[in-house]
Design a protein around this ligand. Structure first.
Ligand code: ATP
Ligand code: MG
Length: 300
């Protein structure tokens, strides 16, 4: 089904996110809805693994449109993000034309569409159907790239000297994510709608577990969520367990045929929650398996 975005309502979006298994409330749905309707980029920040990237994926599924992803990294430049000329093809053409092997014109136009390599930004601008453009982990890119991006996101057009100005057929749905590795420029922030996603509370994480690991019963799901919540809140860890780790842990416990948390099981499966030996030591020193289970089971 093709959606005219003018037809999207908040209640439709709420139902679509729920159907797709993305658990959230209005704190997320309203900014997403407004970004769609106002045709503004949505800048999502938050700790690793809280579901930032997933929002772009869900949007592309519920809007039934292509997801175009630009993964940012240090050193990412316009060539990799926007377009490049296909040098090899150009060189081959020059060689062929030198040997008199080209058909038609004797001077092939080496800077025409045929030699253009489209990269994610250009692809999104020229896409026939409003795609979802995910600019993932923008905080990993350099400041110069951010400034360039800001321009693209302001006008939704780019100019390629050899081809002229290319303007978006439809403004893409743009989702930017950031883990907050560095402060983003005011210009970029001003251009975007901002959404901060925090770690979920116990209720929300229980629902996420129920949705992703339906085999986990209500009791186990709630205890897992409460345990992870307790670990995140109370300990000074290098890397707090994210939602993906919670889901993995719940899956592992289900495989171990657990119906509720129990110290021995927790001890054997802790490596699914902690990805750092120092964090395991911190956990054992400051909380420990027995105490965690006691608190979670007694709800204390
Ligand atoms: N609200 C949610 N409902 C359902 N699943 C969720 C939710 N939030 C996160 N998840 C799950 O957690 C996983 C991690 O989410 P995602 O990759 O979007 O995190 P992220 O914030 O982009 O992390 P990073 O900063 O590490 O890239 C996803 O695969 C998704 O299944
Ligand atoms: Mg991500």
């Amino acid at each position: 089904m093709i959606f005219l975005h003018q037809e999207i309502t908040l209640s439709w979006l709420t139902a679509a996110f729920a159907r797709d298994g993305y658990i959230c409330g209005e704190e997320i749905l309203i900014p997403v809805y407004l970004a769609l309707r106002l045709e503004k980029p949505l800048l999502i920040s938050g700790a690793p693994g809280v579901g930032k990237t997933e929002i772009a994926k869900v949007l592309s599924r519920v809007l039934d449109t292509e997801l175009i992803r630009l993964q940012c990294y240090e050193g990412l430049d316009e060539n990799k993000a926007l377009y490049e000329w296909n040098y090899q093809k150009q060189l081959l053409m020059i060689e062929l034309s030198r040997q008199g092997c080209t058909r038609g014109e004797d001077q092939p136009d080496l800077f025409s569409e045929e030699y253009l390599l489209e990269r994610p930004l250009l692809k999104a601008l020229r896409h026939p159907r409003r795609p979802v453009l995910l600019i993932d982990e923008i905080d990993k890119s350099d400041q110069e790239f951010e400034a360039f991006l800001f321009e693209v996101l302001s006008d939704f057009q780019v100019s390629i000297p050899e081809l002229g100005t290319i303007k978006a057929r439809q403004v893409p749905v743009v989702v930017l994510t950031s883990n907050g590795d560095r402060e983003l420029s005011d210009g970029l922030k001003r251009r975007c709608l901002f959404l901060y996603i925090d770690y979920p509370d116990v209720d929300k994480e229980t629902r996420i577990i129920r949705s992703k690991v339906p085999e986990a019963g209500e009791v186990l799901a709630r205890q897992v969520a409460a345990a992870v919540n307790r670990i995140r809140a109370g300990l000074d860890l290098r890397k707090k367990p994210a939602i993906a780790e919670t889901i993995d842990w719940a899956r592992a416990l289900v495989l171990m045929e657990a119906r509720a948390l129990e110290p021995n099981l927790v001890r054997r499966t802790l490596n699914l929650l902690f990805k750092d030996q120092e964090d395991v030591e911190t956990f054992n020193r400051e909380l420990g398996v027995e105490e965690l289970c006691r608190q979670v089971i007694n709800g204390g």
